[in-house]
Design a protein around this ligand. Structure first.
Ligand SMILES: [Zn+2]
Length: 334
């Protein structure tokens, strides 16, 4: 046998060492008193002195090379073994995840409305034009269709679309349920928007709908005031400002007295003392009719609010794009 083949064989064997037994066997086979390297030394003892010297040096080099790798391997094995059996070492800390801030706020909103007797329901994110527009009194050619949503709608193949508002669930549930209907529909909505610190293409809405006999604006105002007080955990003042939505008549923007300055005027409320918080109104008779009910008998109120915006207010988040950024530094704060 020559040096190169011993070397190759030894290195191959070293690579295949899997356990302590293999390690001991290797030591005996190569580095022990009757090992291959000693054997090689003995085999050259009768060679001429010069030749013996050169070859001897080469065998020594080989021996230290193999021993070095062997010792490293042995050290790693011992380390592994120690880690395996040392029960006194403290456990590695487990990283616990947390709920996304939007989920936390969404659940809190659901809790409050459930206390007031509303059921939490869902609607499909992929909608058709009927439920997203026509059933909500936004027929084709209606100027509101363009102004409100059409230019911002993601259309899908086959005439479907990604819902632009959770209101699209309204008629689905009027069709399905018998009054009194009290539901909230939290969920994702989609708009074709240019994104910036306050605009996203995908965000969360919460729709509320109540349908019964003798429903008035006073009922709407009471429910919203109660909700906002529970949510912000303080007394709040609200005002209803006339507005326009095709699916409600009359329609109102709901403003809340600024909680930062108590109405005195600050930068958060643009010096007006009021913060716009949601849109609402008395359900349009056409929407009640589209759901298969008699609008002479049944009335309702509806409201829609952003979940993202109050979440940003609650946690002082200044960029809506952080919500879907997947940024762990951001998420770990909640
Ligand atoms: Zn203010």
């Amino acid at each position: 046998m020559d040096i190169e083949s011993i070397r190759k064989e030894a290195l191959d064997n070293l690579k295949q060492i899997k356990n302590k037994e293999d390690l001991d066997l290797f030591k005996k086979d190569y580095l022990g008193k009757k090992g291959k390297i000693r054997e090689f030394f003995s085999s050259i003892k009768d060679l001429p002195i010069e030749e013996k010297k050169t070859l001897g040096q080469k065998i020594n080099q080989l021996a230290s090379e193999i021993e070095e790798i062997f010792l490293l391997k042995e050290k790693n094995f011992n380390k592994e073994e120690k880690e395996e059996i040392d029960l006194t070492l403290p456990a590695k800390p487990t990283e616990l995840g947390s709920l996304h801030p939007i989920t936390q706020v969404k659940r809190e909103m659901e809790r409050i409305f459930q206390l007031m007797g509303f059921s939490v329901v869902e609607g499909p994110e992929i909608e058709d034009e009927w439920y997203n527009f026509d059933a909500l009194n936004i027929p084709e050619g209606h100027p509101a269709r363009d102004a409100l949503s059409l230019g911002k709608t993601f259309y899908l193949k086959g005439g479907n679309l990604l819902r632009t508002q959770t209101s699209s669930a309204q008629v689905r549930y009027i069709e399905k349920m018998k009054p009194p209907i009290r539901i909230i529909v939290p969920g994702k909505v989609y708009r074709y928007e240019k994104t910036d610190a306050s605009h996203e293409t995908n965000f969360f809405h919460l729709e509320g709908l109540l349908v019964d006999e003798n429903v008035s604006v006073a009922n709407l105002k009471a429910v919203l005031k109660k909700f906002l007080e529970e949510f912000f955990k303080r007394e709040v003042d609200i005002r209803l400002r006339p507005s326009y939505f095709p699916f409600t008549e009359p329609s109102f923007e709901v403003d809340m007295l600024c909680t930062v300055c108590d109405g005195k005027g600050c930068s958060a409320c643009k010096r007006t003392g009021w913060v716009e918080i949601l849109g609402s109104g008395i359900v349009h008779p056409n929407v009640i009719k589209n759901g298969g009910l008699d609008p002479k008998k049944y009335k309702g109120f509806a409201f829609g609010l952003s979940i993202d915006r109050p979440t940003m207010m609650n946690y002082k988040i200044n960029d809506i794009r952080l919500f879907h950024s997947g940024n762990l530094n951001f998420l770990k704060q909640f």
